[in-house]
Design a protein around this ligand. Sequence first.
Ligand code: NHR
Ligand code: GAR
Length: 233
Amino acid sequence: MSVSRIAILISGRGSNMGTLLQACERGELPAQVCLVLSNRADAEGLDNARRAGIATACIAHGDYPDREAFDAALVRRLQQAQPDLVMLAGFMRILTPVFITPFAGRLLNIHPSLLPNYPGLHTHQRALDAGDSEAGSTVHFVTPELDGGPPVLQARVPILPGDTADSLARRVVALEHEIYPLAALWYLQGRLTLNQQGAFLDGQKIPPSGVPYRPQDAVRHDAADRSNQQRPC
Ligand code: NHR
Ligand code: GAR
């Protein structure tokens, strides 16, 4: 398979970005990260990307008069990098069709809830407040409807007694580090597509909550080893 180009948009820590970089470096993804783009100059993830020798850019939303002008600047910079796939990884600005239209069908987000539950912000606190027994994360195609694009892949974690939003976020993000590279692999292999009817994996319509994640499908060698220990074959 030829080497594809992934662009990643971040606003903060960038731990999901880090696992995607690592998967590319280890050859687990047939891709290179062609650009890491942040809307915040102080995003921790930018430093990590620079240290890894990845091209980075910062486009500060405050420098633009409105969302559309900001989005147009993002599009211009991204188009220079010629990505095959654009991945939002903790990117915190709502995007308008000015951004989404040029990348429709090759734009993914990872959202820390069991979509369609809890689109938007503060997902973990909302799950705790509702007394839910499970939380999780969903990879979905991005459309103009916030966190409303077709789900691709979903992982669940239990909510445990004494959990706080922080403890729950830690449990969820550990699984995000497995599912986001896997969704990227499916996309780069040409197995994952979006059309007017929704999201498809291997020609099959993906269910409304996404494909349920199975640890044995993990891209990471060490994650796969762990699941083999749980399920000897
Ligand atoms: N844009 C569109 N059109 N569709 C989606 O599905 C998007 C999107 C932009 C970002 C990520 C999303 C998440 O996973 C995402 C999905 C930011 C907000 C938000 O309210 C909500 C959801 C997401 C990202 N942002 C505030 C805003 O005014 C700013 C909040 C802040 O800066 O802290 O843009 O959760
Ligand atoms: C992740 O849990 C991601 O799902 C969530 O923020 C975290 C980012 O972590 N995304 C959003 O809340 C988007 N609004 P990271 O920066 O370490 O990858």
